[in-house]
Design a protein around this ligand. Structure first.
Ligand code: WQD
Length: 344
């Protein structure tokens, strides 16, 4: 029996595929390469010695998706595929609602028709919105996300809860990621943002490699220990292993389970900059600029449920995250492109 990974050539998807293959699990990937490249498959094979089964399929294409279920005995699905840029979603809401929500509906309908009712869904701490206090707990209200992207996660979570309520055959695990950073220790897979990075760590590594002149620290007047935004950074390999625990656990129980996947520790922007400088003996140029609209002061997880029920704990430190992020960027100046370091 295989595990189907939608979005399996993406940042978190590829790291999860590597962990599954290393355990001897049969993996089938579907991806449309919207935010990834075919080179990722070569890197996965390089790391694991296994070439995963891959189909270039858009999850909105139900016929192509059904064909994959016809060709393989799928036991469970880990659903990563989806657009994830908060800022982009504000300007292109229909594109986000269609791809993320209609795409998930198409996947669930194909699963139902194939008799596969076991899914782990990639959600996000962004569903907690602006008003919930950290440490964030899974039972807190999540109806006021602060971007169309965030609302796609809120709506999909609700869809999954309603689906499980309508048909007790479904086993569903919702994983709310905090801030994934870092890369596999091989430095052969990692985060490869297209264009100017939205997220903090890839921006830092591009400053470190000289692709960007300096980091803009979005505000230092937040209600935090040093005035800059506090987040719960989690190593992408710890996050990937959390999916292994979730998929193992998901088959044991019907219904919907929701877990925060974070470290439970908050670090500020300047904490991360300092840790990166110390871990890699590098100076990062930065300047304090205005706040970024929609940002919150503090966001970090209560991870008690995942620790206890998934028997999962993060093992990597902030220094590991900084070292592995830099190791990936140094060895891949232009991500998965084969070009030399390009300046934009
Ligand atoms: C982290 C901190 C910024 C960039 C988002 C999504 C979330 C998930 C992860 C998809 C904040 C500050 C950032 C920069 C900065 N994505 N910052 N200068 O906003 O916490 O979460 O990405 O699932 O859903 O909401 O992550 O890395 O963008 O920002 O000062 O150039 O770094 O203000 O305090 P965020 P981030």
């Amino acid at each position: 029996m295989a595990i189907l990974i939608t979005g399996g050539t993406g940042y978190i998807g590829s790291h999860t595929v590597v962990e599954l293959l290393n355990l001897g699990t049969e993996v089938v990937i579907v991806d449309n390469y919207y935010n990834s490249k075919p080179e990722v498959l070569n890197r996965i094979k390089e790391i694991t010695g296994i070439e995963p089964t891959f189909y270039e399929v858009d999850i909105l294409d139900k016929e192509a998706l059904a064909e994959v279920f016809n060709k393989h005995r799928i036991q469970s699905v880990i659903h990563f595929a989806g657009y994830k840029a908060v800022g982009e979603s504000v300007g292109k809401p229909l594109m986000y609602y269609k791809n993320n929500i209609a795409g998930t509906i198409a996947l669930l309908e194909v699963m139902e028709e194939a008799g596969v009712k076991d899914i782990v869904f990639s959600s996000s701490a962004t569903v907690y919105g602006l008003d919930n206090p950290s440490p964030l707990k899974e039972n807190m209200p999540t109806m006021d996300a602060n971007s169309p992207y965030g609302y796609t996660k809120v709506v999909i979570e609700q869809m999954l809860r309603d689906l499980a309520h309508s048909d007790e055959e479904w086993s569903i695990t919702i994983l709310r990621y905090f801030n994934p950073i870092g890369a596999h220790q091989s430095a052969r897979i990692g985060e490869d943002p297209q264009g100017i990075p939205n997220n903090l760590m890839p921006y830092i590594t591009q400053v470190a490699i000289g692709k960007r002149e300096k980091l803009s620290v979005f505000g230092n007047d937040y209600d935090t220990h040093d005035g800059t935004g506090v987040r719960d950074y989690i190593h992408v390999v710890d996050l990937a292993i959390g999916h292994i625990r979730a998929i193992e656990k998901n088959t044991e129980k019907r219904g919907v389970k929701t877990y925060n996947l974070g470290t439970g520790i908050g670090y500020s922007v300047l904490d991360l900059v300092k840790a990166f400088e110390e871990a890699n003996d590098i100076t990062i140029n930065y300047e304090i600029t205005d706040r970024r609209p929609g940002d919150i002061d503090t966001c970090y997880a209560d991870v008690t449920l995942a620790n206890e029920e998934l028997n999962w704990r993060t093992e990597k430190t902030l220094m590991d995250m900084c070292r592995d992020s830099w190791n990936w960027q140094q060895n891949n100046p232009s991500g998965y492109d084969n070009l030399d370091a390009v300046t934009e």
